[in-house]
Every structure is written in structure tokens, then in C-alpha cells.
Design a protein around this ligand. Structure first.
Ligand code: C5P
Length: 218
């Protein structure tokens, strides 16, 4: 049986950064499920579709080829889209796209397949509840809204993405609301998740807290 470390939490809570550290230190394959929904959003834009074209988006989500490489690159239909899926345009439409139930079913199938025969750390919104409710370790990573907006703002500056702190905060709040009110796979807290509030913690403190739990539990 594969070992599965599942991490859920809202946008900007640090899931991506922490999953990347844990994957290296615990020798786990890192699967960023948000990137799969971002690929569907990017394909929607590239095919000149709008959010109203639900049937066509569902069809796209069943056809596109999404691949992750060991060096954390994301390929959509054989093109490297690692940077493009983080763009402002994709970020604005990804949450409504991920609310389409049939799109979610296709992505969940793909995410489970990616984890087959691998020990993985998988992060997203519904990993502890829908994708792998029986994961070996289930974490919910949180932080207050200002801290999360500030972290994203700093990441965007590094990547050269031009978005004001206020715009980022509004986008995060809108995504949080949408992500917590989905028909399927909404972001929820449950009793068997280990809850970590990273607001006043450093990256190392969060990563070490999780690694101690993962190693201690063996
Ligand atoms: O984690 P990231 O911000 O890249 O995720 C982008 C969007 O994809 C989220 O805002 C959420 O709407 C969606 N998502 C999801 N389920 C997941 C992972 C991400 O609905 N497991």
C-alpha cells in the first residue's frame, strides 16, 4: 500500500511550499492538485471558451493530457505550462471551473491515478475528504487572510506578476468563499484532520511539525 500524506487548506496557506519541502525530506512524490484545475482553466482560455460553456469545458477536462514531472514542471498536452497556469487570468477563473462537478470527477480520477504505486504528498482542497479520505496523514493548513494575501503578494513580486495587495486579498476571499461552498469537494474542516495555523509560524516550523508527525507515526 502506498503512503499518502494529504494536505488541504485555503489559498496562500503555504500548502505548496510545505508540500515541496516534505516531498524532498520524506522522499514522497509531490502532487499539486490545484495545478490540475489550473490546467483546465488554461485550456478553457486557450480554446476561447467562457465560463458559460460548461459542456465544452467538461469535454475539455476529459480530453486534455496533464502531466507532472519529477522536477515539479507541469505539462498540458505536451507543453510546459508551469508558469502560465499561475497567471492572473487563470487564477481568476479557476475556482468557478473547479466547481463544475463533472470537471471535479475527471480531476479526482486523474489525481488518484497519479498517486498509484507511489508514496505521495498531495495538496489541495478536498484531498483529506474526497480524493484520499483514508490517507495515512491528513493535515489542514490555515493562516489568517492578511498573512495569506501578504505571502501571495511577495510570491507574485518574485514571479513578476502585477497584482496589488488589495486585488490579491479580494481574489483570495472570493476563491475561499467559492471553495468552501461547492456542491462537491468543498474545502471543509473535519475531526480527523490535524489542524495547523501557520499565521505566526515560519516555513521551517510548519514543515518540521508535519515531518515529526509523519516520522513519529511510523
Ligand atoms: O491551490 P491553488 O490555489 O493552485 O488551486 C487553484 C484552485 O483550484 C483553488 O482556488 C480551488 O478552486 C481549486 N482546487 C480545488 N480542489 C483542489 C485543489 C484546487 O477545487 N483539490
Amino acid at each position: 500500500m502506498s503512503k499518502i500524506v494529504a494536505i488541504d487548506g485555503p489559498a496562500g496557506s503555504g500548502k505548496g511550499t510545505i508540500a515541496s519541502i516534505i516531498s524532498k525530506k520524506c522522499n514522497l512524490v509531490n502532487i499539486d492538485t490545484g495545478a490540475t484545475y489550473r490546467c483546465v482553466a488554461l485550456a478553457t482560455i486557450k480554446n476561447n471558451l467562457t465560463l458559460k460553456d460548461v459542456d465544452k469545458i467538461i469535454e475539455l477536462s476529459s480530453k486534455i493530457k496533464i502531466e507532472f514531472t519529477n522536477d515539479n514542471k507541469v505539462y498540458l498536452d505536451d507543453n510546459d505550462v508551469t508558469e502560465e497556469i499561475r497567471s492572473k487570468e487563470v487564477t481568476k477563473i479557476v475556482s468557478p471551473i473547479s466547481s463544475i462537478v463533472e470537471v471535479r470527477k475527471n480531476m479526482v480520477k486523474l489525481q488518484r491515478k497519479m498517486a498509484e504505486n507511489n508514496n505521495v504528498v498531495m495538496e489541495g482542497r478536498d484531498i483529506t475528504t474526497v480524493v484520499f479520505p483514508n490517507a495515512n496523514y491528513k493535515f489542514y493548513l490555515d493562516a489568517d487572510i492578511d498573512t495569506r494575501a501578504d505571502r501571495r503578494f511577495k510570491q507574485y513580486i518574485e514571479k513578476g506578476i502585477n497584482m496589488s495587495l488589495e486585488e490579491i486579498k479580494q481574489n483570495i476571499e472570493a476563491r475561499d468563499y467559492n471553495d468552501m461552498h461547492k456542491e462537491m469537494g468543498s474545502l471543509t474542516r473535519c475531526n480527523d484532520q490535524i489542524y495547523i495555523d501557520s499565521t505566526n509560524m515560519t516555513i521551517d516550523e510548519v514543515a518540521n511539525t508535519m515531518i515529526n508527525i509523519i516520522n513519529g507515526g511510523n
